[in-house]
Design a protein around this ligand. Structure first.
Ligand SMILES: [Zn+2]
Ligand SMILES: [Zn+2]
Length: 353
């Protein structure tokens, strides 16, 4: 089998040959048919998250070892089952989306179905090897979700950008159709949030992005309004559009400028800012804002296996308009990461081994 690996942090990925593994116990061997390229792959490639003021969260200190295979938006065909994976409903020859946010399976967090929040994660493409490869071992058949009727290159994106968008929409607290929502950043996750929003929040949804092309795509995909955060009057325009401020904003970028913009677009009191993006930096928050503005500032991290099943069910019912997808051969993984880093990608790039 071939893996496209990070062999040195920040250096070009390299294609390497390995013996194809045999699944043991409850494991399943999956032939990867497609793997999406996510923004967090850029951080995994660099080997750190930027905490601001020169501080870094180093992935190697957190348990990610080189050589490392990124990729967590995986779909593929089952080619072999371990002895304990037989008779579970997952069939050799069947094609599935792989749920990558796998926890230890033994702690209380995992037991309540929130493996994505497990303190000792085994996430595929983040801690364990991922889908920039032609084969992958999945620890248990329950992490395989069928997606019949959906194009595989779209279905795979639901494993990260879909569940991340769904999880973040759930944290906005929006219950009424007069509560507006602002999505900041119209990349893969932001566009999936726009697509999923009508199934989760009743209020109108606006999109802010500094890229004119992305704003146009968002409008065409159903955004009620679009804004350019680089405009000095953008926050004022958002407040006017929403009749005094949006009830919630989801920041899919996650840098100090976007947090500041999101906060300035919220209703004066009781608003929520949900941060999803991992761009990095440090943001000074005036502490009195929290009580005086009754402000909720929270983070959202990917989603649960149930979230993935929900998103795929909605997509199969035709309730999730497709996001733009560009297919590229796995050999172009380095160029794909470069294009993503440079902001040249609309929607999602998906690698084909
Ligand atoms: Zn991701
Ligand atoms: Zn756990």
């Amino acid at each position: 089998m071939r893996r496209c690996e990070v062999v040195a942090w920040g250096q070009p990925l390299q294609m390497r040959e390995y013996p194809t593994p045999t699944p043991e116990g409850s494991e399943v061997l999956v032939r990867v048919t497609v793997c999406g390229v996510c923004h967090s792959d850029l951080h995994i490639h660099q080997g750190y998250f930027d905490l601001g003021d020169g501080e870094k969260l180093i992935l190697e200190e957190r348990g990610t070892r080189l050589p490392f295979t990124p990729g967590h938006e995986i779909a593929g065909e089952v080619v072999a089952l371990g002895p304990e994976a037989a008779d579970t409903g997952v069939e050799v020859g069947g094609e599935y989306v792989v749920f990558p946010w796998i926890g230890c399976g033994r702690c209380a967090v995992c037991a309540r179905g929130e493996e994505n929040l497990c303190p000792t994660p085994r996430f595929l493409g983040a801690y364990e090897g991922g889908g920039y490869a032609d084969h992958i071992i999945v620890p248990h058949p329950r992490y395989l979700v069928p997606f019949d009727g959906l194009p595989r290159e779209l279905a795979c994106t639901y494993a990260c950008s879909g569940v991340t968008a769904w999880g973040a929409l759930g944290k906005t607290g929006i219950r009424r159709d007069d509560q507006a929502l602002l999505l900041i950043g119209a990349g893969g996750v932001g566009m999936n949030a726009l697509a999923l929003a009508p199934s989760r929040v009743p209020g109108p949804v606006a999109v802010a992005d500094i890229d004119a092309g992305k704003r146009e795509t968002a409008l065409a995909a159903g955004a009620a309004a679009v804004f350019d955060p680089a405009d000095a009057g953008a926050a004022e325009a958002v407040r006017q559009w929403s009749g005094g401020g949006v009830w919630a904003a989801i920041d899919f970028v996650g840098r100090p400028e976007t947090l500041r913009f999101g906060l300035s677009c919220l209703v004066p009191k009781g608003g929520r800012l949900v941060v999803v993006g991992l761009y990095g930096g440090r943001f000074p928050l005036p502490v009195p804002w929290l009580p005086l503005r009754a402000l909720t500032l929270c983070g959202s991290y990917v989603g649960t296996l149930d979230d993935l099943r929900t998103v795929i069910r909605l997509a199969r019912q035709g309730r999730v308009p497709p996001i733009p997808v560009t297919l590229r051969p796995l050999e172009e993984a380095n160029a794909a990461l470069e294009d993503l880093a440079a902001g040249r990608v609309e929607g999602r790039q998906v690698l084909v081994p």
